[in-house]
Design a protein around this ligand. Sequence first.
Ligand SMILES: N[C@@H](CCC(=O)N[C@@H](CS)C(=O)NCC(=O)O)C(=O)O
Length: 230
Amino acid sequence: MAEVEIISSQTCPFAQRTRMALIEKDIDHVLSTIDLNEKPDWFLAISPYGKVPVLRHNGAVVFESAVINEYLEEVFPERPLLPVDPVRRAHARIWIDFANVRFTPPVYKLMMAQDTEAQAFQAERLTKAMLMMEHEGLAKLGDGSYWLGDDISLIDLTFLPHMQRVGVLTHYRGFKVPDECVLLKAWLQLMGRRPSVMEGSASLDVLIENWRKYAENTSTGTTAEDMRVA
Ligand SMILES: N[C@@H](CCC(=O)N[C@@H](CS)C(=O)NCC(=O)O)C(=O)O
């Protein structure tokens, strides 16, 4: 058995972040997939939040995608995904926090909003987040193609899965990446060609079907519960 195991569900965007880190860092691992509608007892015993991803490594259990990725960075320093310079490292963490606190919640909340007023409010929030990513993030941080320049980093891996789901928002809510976000659109295209993205991504049709529960606000999962109060 490989010493690194990542536990995911079929199309979890948070688990996708960690899977991409494992692939980018070329870490030998096993991918275990569970059904979130019927969480096995062994999984509930190691996942206090009842959420994927969960990483098992040499008997230790680590959860929360951002924490897992930092753990992998510390334990497997080869093929680094964070810069060495402390200021650049701090900036990377600021944008990873931004992805979790300011970008991801409006993605879910726009999906789950049922009346047009709430949808317009969340679309506005998401638009503002994307404009900030364009002008304060991509335009200022790096002069290359990825968030920090020429080298891919944990920032790219953290934003990518939910940026891919903008196509699902377009399908259900008519939302689109703002026209002025040219760097963001170019980055998304570039990321689409990474083997780690190609391997870990589901088709738009699968994502649309999988997120129907959010679009109809019928999900009883803990992610939906958390996002209702986020
Ligand atoms: N903050 C967590 C979020 C993880 C999360 O929400 N995972 C979802 C699947 S994409 C989950 O396991 N949800 C459990 C449920 O819906 O019951 C992370 O970054 O790892």
